[in-house]
Ligand binder design. Structure first.
Ligand code: HEM
Ligand code: NFK
Length: 273
């Protein structure tokens, strides 16, 4: 049996010229696709087949990095005024994105070392070490490393000013401490902070929002380390023990970075429970 209203829906859809109801905005304009899809420019000539994959995956990473910065900045700003609910929501979104960041390594793993070597020599001295947004995420999360600005001299003026700003402004960790302080917890010394966090951990009925927030921060931290660990395997699968295009020892350098933490005191807390 036919459904008369279904026929109407189809008829209305055609009559209305769906997507052309008089407005001028199109999908392509809204998403600036002409610029976006024009921005994959291989260095190899003739182009090595897998270079498009390599460029695309890095661009996708940088877009997700931009969104993570947007979320973390808002989480930090809200923590500074004592909020806990939306900061946790923002961090949960970062976490979902970070799982995607780890998952999409599978796409790079479809490239063989032979195919990577067809264009790798064109990349030097560039490397992921130069990703300013990656470093901004680290600074904003809580892992501030002022020596990065000296170690990497090829930053653009804009990148330098953004990174300097991230070093100067409060990190998510510093803002978390502001929130705890506003709620009456002592945060001046590491001893104070561990004691405060222990109090929170022992009375979740009372301090649930603080506990949940701290756990989401641990998850954000953990997911970043998982990406680092996955990146070591990605790199060694491609280049073994060779030095990196960026001038580091390669896999050995990357492995030394896996143990870095955004929130060492939240991990330390576990030992005191
Ligand atoms: C074929 C795949 C890849 C290889 C072989 C590789 C290799 C390396 C190596 C050897 C380094 C150390 C710096 C150097 O001396 O070059 C490095 C750093 C880095 N790479 Fe990759 N990488 C790959 C893919 C990616 C992807 C897809 C991303 C995503 C953005 C990325 C992001 C980074 C970042 C952020 C660093 C700096 C890490 C730090 O200083 O803690 N890499 N990579
Ligand atoms: N550092 C890598 C090359 C590489 O992966 C790369 C090169 C240019 C821009 C981004 C890169 N991605 C991560 O390091 C290598 O040594 O093979």
């Amino acid at each position: 049996m036919t459904n008369p209203s279904a026929g109407n829906v189809a008829g209305n859809w055609q009559d209305a010229h769906f997507g052309e109801q008089g407005g001028r905005l199109t999908y392509g304009d809204y998403l600036q696709l002409s610029g976006l899809l024009d921005a994959q420019v291989p260095e190899s000539d003739p182009a090595a087949h897998d270079e498009l994959l390599f460029i695309t995956i890095h661009q996708v990473y940088e877009l997700w990095f931009k969104l993570i910065l947007h979320e973390l900045t808002d989480a930090r700003d809200r923590l500074l005024v004592g909020e806990t609910y939306l900061p946790r929501v923002r961090l949960e979104r970062c976490l979902a994105i970070q799982r995607v960041l780890v998952g999409q390594v599978d796409v790079i793993d479809t490239m063989t070392p032979q195919d990577f070597l067809r264009f790798r020599n064109k990349l030097s001295p560039a490397s992921g070490f130069q990703s300013a947004q990656f470093r901004e995420i680290e600074f904003l999360s809580g892992l501030k490393d002022p020596t990065y600005l000296q170690r990497f001299r090829g930053l653009s003026d804009l990148e330098t000013s953004r990174l300097t700003r991230r070093l100067d402004e409060p990190s998510v960790w510093e803002a978390f401490l502001v929130t705890l302080e506003k709620a009456g917890f002592a945060v001046a010394s590491q001893e104070d902070r561990i004691a405060s966090l222990l109090t929170i951990s022992r009375d979740r009925e009372h301090y649930g929002p603080f506990w949940d927030l701290a756990e989401t921060m641990v998850a954000h931290d953990q997911a970043w380390s998982l990406w680092r660990a996955r990146h070591v395997l990605m790199a060694e699968r491609q280049i073994g023990t060779k030095a990196g295009t960026g001038g580091s020892a390669g896999g050995a350098y990357l492995r030394s970075r896996v143990e870095l933490r955004f929130y060492p005191e939240l991990w330390e807390l576990r030992s005191h429970m």
